[in-house]
Design a protein around this ligand. Structure first.
Ligand SMILES: [Mg+2]
Length: 226
């Protein structure tokens, strides 16, 4: 059975930090189209600490590592992103405590738990034009693959990247109902949500880091992952 190891997850977090740090200005520029323009800086501030501390974090098991990450995120990521991303890592840490590798089902359960936590924390749902519009369908696709017993994790990753990338387009014309962008109402229509772009870019970069061929469709994701 295909499994996901602690070091694969550690590598994924390191790649995520690179994505976020590299796009500090660009993600803030995207946020500035409809929001307050702090998204890139808020995330990058926290992920710079993660990048620096990751080699020395307690890696007794996956849950312990993720809990440490959640603490860094909660402490160092500013704005509305801190509680959202911090909750995600904290909730993913709970079912993975004591585990040094995960089956696809266990990984899907951890992501599902994170999504439920983020929904409860932020009060957003599908269609509100937040990062949940990328992560909810990704979590569902993971669950599908786990139930089918897919062995090829490259196929799973590519599917997830495609879904998140697609969410940039399907939500572009929506008016934001939650988060900072909701305060400008109509001005948020026809601008991509920076959180959705960030999730899609992270997944595109995970593909690249794992030699999975993937070409982003949304222009913002293509630019951010270049
Ligand atoms: Mg903002």
């Amino acid at each position: 059975m295909a499994t996901i190891s602690l070091s694969t997850i550690e590598q994924g977090i390191d790649t995520t930090a690179d994505t976020v740090i590299r796009n500090e200005s660009y993600f803030s520029d995207l946020d500035g189209l409809a929001g307050d323009g702090d998204f890139g800086t808020s995330l990058a501030t926290g992920f710079k600490v993660i990048k620096k501390d990751l080699p020395d974090l307690d890696k007794s098991d996956i849950g312990t590592m993720l809990l440490k990450i959640s603490m860094i995120v909660s402490k160092h990521v500013g704005g509305s992103s801190g509680p959202i991303w911090g909750t995600g890592f904290m909730k993913a840490a709970m079912p993975t405590k004591g585990k040094s590798e995960l089956t696809l089902q266990e990984f899907a359960d951890a992501i599902g738990n994170a999504v439920d936590g983020i929904m409860a924390r932020g009060g957003a749902k599908l269609g509100d034009k937040t990062l949940l519009d990328a992560v909810i369908p990704v979590a569902e696709k993971l669950k599908d693959h786990a139930e089918k017993g897919t062995e090829d994790l490259a196929e799973v990753l590519k599917d997830c990247a495609t879904i998140a990338d697609g969410a940039v387009e399907t939500t572009r014309s929506l008016v934001a109902h939650r988060g900072r962008a909701s305060q400008v109402g109509e001005r948020s229509a026809n601008t991509p949500d920076p959180g959705i772009v960030a999730i899609a870019t992270i997944l595109a970069d995970w593909c690249k880091a794992n030699s999975v061929e993937y070409t982003p469709a949304a222009p913002e994701v293509a630019k951010a992952s270049a």
